[in-house]
Each structure stands twice: as structure tokens, then as C-alpha cells.
Design a protein around this ligand. Structure first.
Ligand code: DSN
Length: 416
């Protein structure tokens, strides 16, 4: 930033922190599966004067004057999302994926109703009914799991649990499940017990938009997502549903669960969805998955265990218990951070350690693919990760891998 920058002049401490964060993002490999780097266009949209505008309501039906331009932005976001996903109805106002799930629950559930969803330690999400989240406090929750042998969801077990529990809604989708969901099968299971099916595609919104992962839109009453992970449309959430639920969903989002929409974020969604409609984005999404598969091959070849044995999408879940029984997820995350590879510790199916310690790490490829990484770079990253996990206290190894990471970052800038 130049000295003439108003942020530097008026809020230097904030400007310094933003500069430091920009440097951190440039000089480290972001491999947290739920993160990405948006384009400069999306950054501009999100950092725009739209942050100043109140627009409670929906396009053409607001509670405030002066909404003609934010109406244009919201209509663009909706039209582009409808084109990307083929959904009958789209609401682009949820502030996040969790708020999107809240919108669906508020639309069709009453407190005390029943949710059947994937357990958090088997790849699910807090907002799918975890006891520390509103969803676990307002509703009665039963959870399904992955098969301990294969790491894949056991759909027969899911069907049995649905029959026994009689849920009002079956939630599919995950934050740490490396395999594709069989949306059709889950839709059938939900139908068989008269439950709604909510497919939460937060992690894979971009992969679904690009056709790289199967779409749940035909097999679910509701599809929720976040807009800042694989789709690169900046912070936020989205709800898609059939026309039959459109009014209930819109009312549940506003005025039910939120006040004024964050119109600067809606602008980011409009810009990012426009980018996602391009062939370039489709190629990007394919490469995200290719890169995850390449990384999986390298780690497996070096004896690391991956939950389910590999991946169909943008993330891997490394279970350290077999290969490195004394190395916790927490320690692995910390060791990798010393060489500027940023991952997160993660619970694994059958976890015995606390969520602050864990026995696994989750590794994602959206950010590094945005930087332009392909096979050669992914192989180098995989080799570096293995070296660090094998010798987390060996200073010479850590220095060597850190040098390689620095070179990769310099050769593949994010914004510079
Ligand atoms: N916190 C996100 C993740 O890392 O998966 C999900 O909300």
C-alpha cells in the first residue's frame, strides 16, 4: 500500500495487519480445504460502497428507498446461480453456509423436530445438529457414520437409521468427507420415511457448479452452500430449493433469521458466479480434483493412511494413527506451519483424541490450484509434507522444505 492510501492514513494498525495477512497468504501454501483466494474482481465487489446500503427485503420489494442498484446486483447473483445450478429458486442473502442451513431449518422444522445427519467426526458439520450448535440445541438429532472399514458412507445403515428414527429432515453433505455423495440414494431414503432432504454442498459448491461433482439439485428439496470455498465468490452462503419452498425459505432468511443483507457480499457472489460460468472455471475445478488425487497418490505411496483410501474431490483426510501413532493432528499442523504449509488438524472416524488435539489432518487443494499448481507442484508439496511428518523435529529437514515452499510461492503468486 502507498502512503497516500486512506486506510494507511486513517487506520494504520488495521492497514498493517491487512498487509501482513496479504504477505502471509502470498508466502505460505494455504491448504485448508475450506479456503480459497478470490479474484481481484470479487475483492473489489466485496470491498465496495455496497457495504453502506441497507436493503432489507428482496429485489423490487424492499423496506428502504434507494435500492435500485443493489436490486440489480442481487438479481444478477440470483440469475447466475440459477444458471450455474439449475435450481428453481435461489436465495443469495445468507451470510454463511451455517446461516443457509439455519434458513432451511427455520423454513420447514419446528423446535423438537428430528434431523438425521452425518456425525462431525465422520466428516459432518456443526450446523448439522452438533450439540454445541443451535441445530443440536433446537432439534432432536440422530447421526449416521462412515463404514469403519472402508471410510465410505454406509447407505444401508443410513436407511436403517432413517427407518428407526423417522426424521423430519435428512441432511447430506460434509466438511471433511473425501468421497462423492450418492444424492439419489439419500433422496430415496428421505422419501421413504417422508422426510425432506437437505444437501449441504458448502465445500463443493464450485465443483458442483462446474459439473466436476454430481449435483444434488434434482434429488434434494433444499441445497445449501457457501460461496467462498471451491467457488471463489467471496464470503457468504446460498440456498437453493424447489419453487414449492421458495416463499418459506425467503421468509426464514429475512425476516426470520437475518436483518439487512450484506450487499457487498451479494455483489461478490454476483461477480464470482459470473466467473464460475466460464470454461476457465470448469478447467480450474477439474484441476482442483486432479491436484487432490495427485497429492493422495504421493502420500499413499509414502505409507500414509487416507480415510477412504483417497479422494473424489478437493480434500484429503490423513489418518496419522497407523503411520505416525505418536504424532497428533495438532503437532502435525504445527510442524507443517513451520515450513509454511497451512493445514488444519481434524478428527478422524473412530477418533479417541480431543478435537483440539486429533489424530488427523485435513488437506485441501482449492487455494494452491488458484495459484496455478499442477502435477509437478503437487508432487513437490506431497514430498515436502511427508518429509515434515516423518521428521517434525529435524531442523535441517524443516529448513530444506521451507526453502522449497518459498520457491513455489514465489513462482506462483496469488495477487502480485
Ligand atoms: N469451517 C468450515 C470448514 O473448515 O470446513 C466449515 O464451516
Amino acid at each position: 500500500m502507498s502512503d497516500a492510501d486512506p486506510l494507511v492514513e486513517r487506520a494504520p494498525a488495521v492497514a498493517d495487519a491487512i498487509d501482513a495477512e496479504r504477505d502471509r497468504q502470498e508466502s505460505t501454501l494455504g491448504m485448508i480445504a475450506s479456503e480459497n483466494h478470490v479474484s481481484k474482481a470479487v475483492l473489489d465487489a466485496q470491498g465496495s460502497c455496497l457495504t453502506n446500503k441497507y436493503a432489507e427485503g428482496y429485489p423490487g420489494k424492499r423496506y428502504y428507498g434507494g435500492c435500485e442498484h443493489v436490486d440489480t446486483v442481487e438479481e444478477l447473483a440470483i440469475e447466475r446461480a440459477e444458471e450455474l445450478f439449475g435450481a428453481e429458486h435461489v436465495n443469495v442473502q445468507p451470510h454463511s453456509g451455517t446461516q443457509a442451513n439455519q434458513g432451511v431449518y427455520f423454513a420447514v422444522l419446528d423446535p423438537g423436530d428430528r434431523i438425521l445427519s452425518l456425525d462431525l467426526t465422520h466428516g459432518g458439520h456443526l450446523s448439522h445438529g452438533h450439540h454445541v450448535n443451535f441445530s443440536g440445541q433446537l432439534y432432536e438429532v440422530e447421526q449416521y457414520e462412515v463404514d469403519p472399514e472402508t471410510g465410505y458412507i454406509d447407505y444401508d445403515d443410513l436407511a436403517d437409521r432413517a427407518a428407526a428414527f423417522d426424521p423430519d429432515i435428512v441432511v447430506s453433505g460434509s466438511s471433511a468427507y473425501p468421497r462423492e455423495f450418492d444424492w439419489e440414494r439419500i433422496g430415496e431414503i428421505a422419501d421413504a420415511v417422508g422426510a425432506y432432504h437437505l444437501a449441504d454442498i458448502a465445500h463443493i459448491t464450485g465443483l458442483v457448479a462446474a459439473g466436476v461433482h454430481a449435483s444434488p439439485v434434482e434429488h434434494a428439496d433444499f441445497v445449501t452452500g457457501s460461496t467462498h470455498k471451491t467457488i471463489r465468490a467471496g464470503r457468504g452462503g446460498i440456498i437453493m430449493c424447489t419453487e414449492e419452498h421458495a416463499e418459506a425459505v425467503d421468509k426464514a432468511v429475512f425476516p426470520g433469521g437475518q436483518g439487512g443483507p450484506l450487499m457487498h457480499n451479494v455483489a461478490g457472489k454476483a461477480a464470482g458466479f459470473g466467473e464460475a460460468l466460464t470454461d476457465e472455471f470448469e478447467a480450474y475445478a477439474e484441476q482442483v480434483v486432479e491436484n487432490a488425487k495427485t497429492l493422495a497418490d504421493v502420500l499413499r505411496d509414502h505409507g500414509l493412511s487416507l480415510v477412504s483410501g483417497g479422494t473424489d474431490k478437493h480434500l484429503l483426510l490423513v489418518d496419522l494413527r497407523d503411520s505416525h501413532p505418536d504424532l497428533t493432528g495438532e503437532d502435525a499442523e504445527a510442524a507443517l506451519e513451520t515450513v509454511d504449509v497451512i493445514v488444519n488438524k481434524n478428527t478422524v472416524p473412530g477418533e479417541s483424541r480431543s478435537p483440539f488435539v486429533t489424530s488427523g489432518i485435513r488437506i485441501g487443494t482449492p487455494c494452491v490450484t488458484t495459484r496455478g499448481f499442477e502435477r509437478e507442484e503437487m508432487e513437490a508439496v506431497g514430498e515436502g509434507i511427508v518429509r515434515v511428518l516423518d521428521a517434525p523435529d529435524d531442523g535441517a529437514v524443516l529448513d530444506d522444505v521451507a526453502d522449497d515452499v518459498a520457491r513455489l510461492c514465489a513462482d506462483h503468486p496469488v495477487y502480485r
